[in-house]
Design a protein around this ligand. Structure first.
Ligand SMILES: [Zn+2]
Length: 274
């Protein structure tokens, strides 16, 4: 038990969703997707960037934070057989057992409740709080676009590829992040936020298999080492969808900020400081 606890603690510090640089890019670039009506919110760029990984840092002091960053969705038989699980949190707890639902990660429901908080902040006109809520929302969205956060095989430990989490999300991304360019276009409103969150999780989970394959073949190509050749090969095998995942998560944050603002009744946005 002691081993498991300390192991979990180390994992908790190591598996920080996307690395800091990726979260910063996802969050800060989201303002470029916002429609004209929200152009004043471009002032949020720096806050979104600087606090992009605060949700990960909270895990150290808040033990309830850990499970909010992932969902081991392939642990659910419903997902394995039907590619979908119970969407409603309370119904999911009734169907699968509350302890199990929490243990397997609450990412979709936390993303949804953070979105609701943003609607509330917009309604109450608390723009400073809204900026920080949007920052957390961007973080949880970002985690939902990271295939290893949507699987029980989150560190390749079930397929003999332990360590892939950090190799992919941090070491590789940090080397190549400047090559990832987003094509900006205006974002659109989301009709049903709750089911939209689940639908992108299901879609992003499908990249897991190709990511594991790319890791295995890069390792062989590099002579069973994690060297330059390995990272170059991993990037070549994953760059097409990795760039897309980062861009889509940035656009998704913009779409949910826009949708929250509409749902709040289009409150007038004051002049905001950078
Ligand atoms: Zn995270």
């Amino acid at each position: 038990m002691l081993f498991r606890c300390s192991f979990l603690f180390v994992l908790l510090l190591v598996l920080c969703s996307w690395g800091e640089k990726a979260h910063q890019k996802i969050n800060s670039s989201s303002v470029d997707f916002l429609p004209k009506e929200l152009s004043q919110l471009k002032a949020w760029r720096e806050v979104l960037k600087v606090h992009g990984s605060d949700a990960d840092f909270r895990k150290k002091d808040d033990k309830t934070e850990f499970v909010k960053h992932f969902i081991d969705i392939d642990n659910y038989e419903d997902f394995r057989t039907k590619r979908s699980i119970e969407l409603d949190f309370e119904k999911a707890c009734q169907k699968y057992g509350r302890a199990r639902v929490i243990k397997d990660g609450t990412l979709p429901w936390v993303t949804d409740s953070t979105y609701r908080k943003l609607v509330h902040d917009f309604k109450s006109g608390d723009w400073e709080r809204a900026a920080l809520t949007a920052t957390d929302l961007g973080h949880y969205i970002g985690d939902g676009f990271m295939p290893l956060h949507i699987s029980a095989n989150y560190d390749g430990q079930l397929s003999g590829q332990t360590g892939i989490h950090r190799r992919y999300e941090e070491t590789m991304i940090d080397r190549y992040i400047d090559q990832i360019q987003f094509k900006n276009s205006v974002c659109t409103k989301v009709d049903d936020v709750h089911s939209f969150i689940f639908s992108y999780l299901y879609a992003n989970q499908s990249y897991l298999r190709i990511l594991l394959q790319a890791d295995a073949s890069a390792y062989l190509k590099a002579g069973k080492q994690y060297n330059e050749v390995y990272y170059e090969s991993l990037w070549n095998g994953t760059s097409s969808f990795t760039g897309k995942l980062l861009e889509e998560s940035s656009r998704t944050l913009a779409r949910l900020i826009y949708t929250a603002w509409l749902e709040a009744g289009k409150p007038k946005i004051p002049e905001l400081n950078n």
